[in-house]
Design a protein around this ligand. Structure first.
Ligand SMILES: [Mn+2]
Length: 475
């Protein structure tokens, strides 16, 4: 009983969120299309004559009525089946809904101000001064006594540690929880440390990334889990601090709001126009231009564009298949220069073809690359522990090679993996596959350092060599 109540709750929540997302996107789409003045046929004149000028003007404004009747024909049909009295009530109801849903100065509260009198205003993000602890030489510290860290790596606490350790990759947790569809992404870093699987020998390539790269666990970034908005600036500062040392920040979320501060920080360090992003996700995350919140896990890209950090043409998206974007949303993304690859494209052309297209686009782009990996790009049969799962996603066998190849091909300057929700992950499969994705990336970075081709697989691993079978049969 308890379980079914919870399942029902999840379904209601997911439906509510996806409805809100598509409504928000529809509003964004509406804003892109100019509002048309509807001309009604003369047969409706008598009926419409009972409306006031204000009511009639409202009814003729398609940007207002579109949410009730998507075409002029539908609107006319809706009017024709009503009496004059019913039409008045119909228009009144539409105007009432608009009044209730929009912000009205004096009636509505736009925000509850923060308590700036609090002596603990910044307590959540203040770091412990080094002078409180015994002096030590800067550099990564090994905790190899069973204390879990990302990839079993030594710990670094400061930029000086990163520099002294000549660190290539700093894995950092960002337990942001408030922006996700189903809360719990905040425990992502914890489970990713305890599950393991991010490092060690890679069977495909026989490369152990921990041997080839200096990898550290940089702890967790402080989060104000009462406020996604307040957390954004601090995440951006810490990601920037890592990137400034030349290390690759590898951020383990936390919800996908994190894409906003992560990409903004990389643009801070490498300059506007010098960073491109590949976004793996079931959702496009460009929506909600009209949402009352400026940031959540559904709108980091829109926010990055609005704040002038990045443009649509800096983006490649892979795995889209949720309710949005709508056709007009896709057209808007085309105009903005997005290179998107939906699961419909995969259905038509096959994964290998789409993967090659993405690799080719990334190679031709050639700029420094950030990869933002929302685990819901994988199918829910593999990733059950995530806030907004969508059926029909990638398999790990599809995702692992593209991540390895991209990280081997491009100059990677940032990577985030987000939306891991451990409480919804009873078999630890979400954590398992997420760790495999991180490992594929680390192996790719190591392959690039070693000078391997992106298609490199260890020749001993792929052939038992008891005959010449591959030579005679492989294409
Ligand atoms: Mn996302």
């Amino acid at each position: 009983m308890k379980n079914s109540t919870r399942t029902f709750g999840v379904i209601v929540l997911v439906v509510a969120i996806s409805t809100a997302m598509s409504a928000a996107l529809a509003q964004q789409d509406d804003a892109e299309e100019s509002a048309a003045v509807v001309e009604f046929p003369a047969s409706l004149d008598a009926m419409l004559s009972v409306l006031t000028d204000v009511q009639l003007a409202y009814l003729k404004d398609s940007s207002k009525t579109r949410r009730y009747a998507s075409t002029t024909e539908d609107l006319i049909a809706a009017l024709e089946k009503r009496s004059a009295e019913q039409v008045v009530a119909y228009v009144d109801a539409m105007m009432w809904v608009e009044d209730q849903t929009g912000f009205v100065q004096g009636r509505d509260m736009a925000w509850l101000p923060l308590n700036t009198e609090s002596p603990d205003f910044n307590a959540w993000m203040v770091r412990r001064p080094r002078s409180f602890d015994p002096e030590r030489e800067p550099g990564p510290v090994s905790l190899a006594r069973g204390i879990p860290t990302f990839a079993g790596a030594p710990v670094a606490l400061t930029p000086e540690d990163l520099i002294a350790g000549d660190v290539n990759v700093a894995i950092v947790g960002a337990p942001l929880n408030m922006g996700s569809g189903w809360r719990d992404a905040g425990y992502g870093p914890l489970v990713m440390r305890t599950t393991g699987g991010m490092a060690g020998n890679d069977q495909y390539t026989q490369i152990n990334p921990s041997r080839e790269l200096n990898i550290v666990d940089y702890g967790d970034i402080a989060i104000d889990n009462d406020s996604t908005e307040r957390s954004m600036q601090h995440v951006r500062e810490v990601v920037r601090e890592i990137a400034e040392t030349g290390a690759i920040p590898l951020i383990v979320g936390g919800d996908h709001s994190l894409e906003y501060p992560n990409v903004a920080a990389l643009v801070d360090v490498y300059g506007k126009g010098n960073v491109s992003v590949i976004h793996f996700d079931a959702h496009h995350d460009v929506g909600m231009g009209d949402s009352p919140h400026h940031i959540s896990h559904g709108q980091p890209i829109y926010r990055l564009m609005r704040d002038n950090h990045i443009t649509g043409s800096d983006y490649i998206q892979v795995g889209l298949r949720s309710g949005g974007p709508s056709e007009s949303g896709y057209k808007w993304m085309r105009e903005q220069g997005f290179k998107y690859h939906s699961m419909a494209e995969v259905e038509r052309f096959g994964w290998d073809y789409v993967m090659e297209r993405v690799l080719d686009e990334a190679k031709r782009d050639g700029r420094k690359l950030h990869i933002s990996f929302d685990v819901d790009v994988l199918d829910p049969s593999y990733i059950v522990g995530t806030g907004t799962p969508v059926s029909g996603g990638l398999t790990p066998r599809e995702a692992i090679p593209i991540i390895r190849k991209l990280c081997a091909q491009q100059e990677l300057v940032g990577f985030d993996i987000v939306e891991i929700a451990p409480a919804l992950d009873p078999g630890y499969t979400t954590a398992l596959h997420s760790a495999a994705i991180v490992k594929a990336c680390l192996v790719g970075v190591a392959m690039r350092k070693l000078g391997h081709d992106i298609d490199y697989l260890n020749p001993v691993t792929i052939d038992h060599a008891q005959d010449n079978y591959h030579e005679e049969n492989a294409q």
